[in-house]
Write a protein that binds this ligand. Sequence first.
Ligand SMILES: C[S@@+](CC[C@H](N)C(=O)[O-])C[C@H]1O[C@@H](n2cnc3c(N)ncnc32)[C@H](O)[C@@H]1O
Length: 327
Amino acid sequence: MIEDQTDPRREHADSDAWEHYWEKALGADMAGVSGTAAQFVREFWLASIGSNLTGTLPLRVLDVACGRGGVASILDEAGWLGKVEYCGVDISHAAVRSMINHFPSAQGVVADVQDLPLLSGNFDIVCSQFGVEYAGEAAILDLVSQLRAGGQLILLLHCVGGQIYKECYDQMEGARELVQTEFLPLSMEMFKDAYAVLEGGERRAYEGSSGRLVAKFRALEDIMRRRGRGAAAGMVYRLYRDVNQIHRDLPRFQREQVLSWLQAAAQEVASFAGRMDGMCASAMSESQVDALVLELAKRRLNAKVEPMLTAESGAQIAWQLTGAMRK
Ligand SMILES: C[S@@+](CC[C@H](N)C(=O)[O-])C[C@H]1O[C@@H](n2cnc3c(N)ncnc32)[C@H](O)[C@@H]1O
């Protein structure tokens, strides 16, 4: 069951950006949610939630900023989803719809975590995997109100300087450099001039814009030399390849089709850079998580925070914050 509880009178931070992201991500990959989490991340969730599966009543689990159900899929693979009452909340309709499609026994709520439309004190476990921190520290502290006495808060949080942070920062810089080259606006200008020539117009403008675009191709080559073909999630490489190919084969493509493709690409680059920026901004430093633990203690929640390290390199990937409400 899905409930939409977003408040139409309120501005919901970045909700359009997340909706766009999920619609695109789900459209590109219909394969499902399983298999996406690293083994050590699964082990963390299985250990921290599994230790609570001892009573006779089903555990009530609230997964905040659940996306399409990363945590639910781990519970499902362990055969535990049927043993808990799982409720996933996310700001994106598309993500919640997909989560419910995969896990029909789950409850899905479309809402901003800063404005949770749920009765307080109702959950045995409140968890979030790389989600609630996007809404800021106040939203993390507010999660305490959702827990019953003795209930557990279990969070995986992005960390400043960690492996995911470094990758996102690098991707964000790649996307910014791509924007700075002005490759896309100049490609658009060049294609307009090129179509004008095809339609019998004069060549001077086209010669100017295509000449200037050569320097922009060199700028893209420079980004790829420094950052690899994966720069800006491969968009630098794909644009380099596709603009070149369309230019060589221009009569095969329609003017409006090419221009709207370039416009969509520019929006895609901007939204990707924004998402990477949002991730970096949501990441928490050691002093921030230490302060968070102190604030949680004032709200009767005893928490501890530890770095989560990757199994392969031992690099920090996240903060794992776990704690229980005092009875
Ligand atoms: C990196 S994804 C993680 C999704 C999921 N927890 C997982 O591990 O697969 C971050 C999620 O936070 C959600 N989100 C961001 N800001 C939010 C907010 N203010 N309220 C609710 N959800 C939010 C996004 O829609 C997105 O699904």
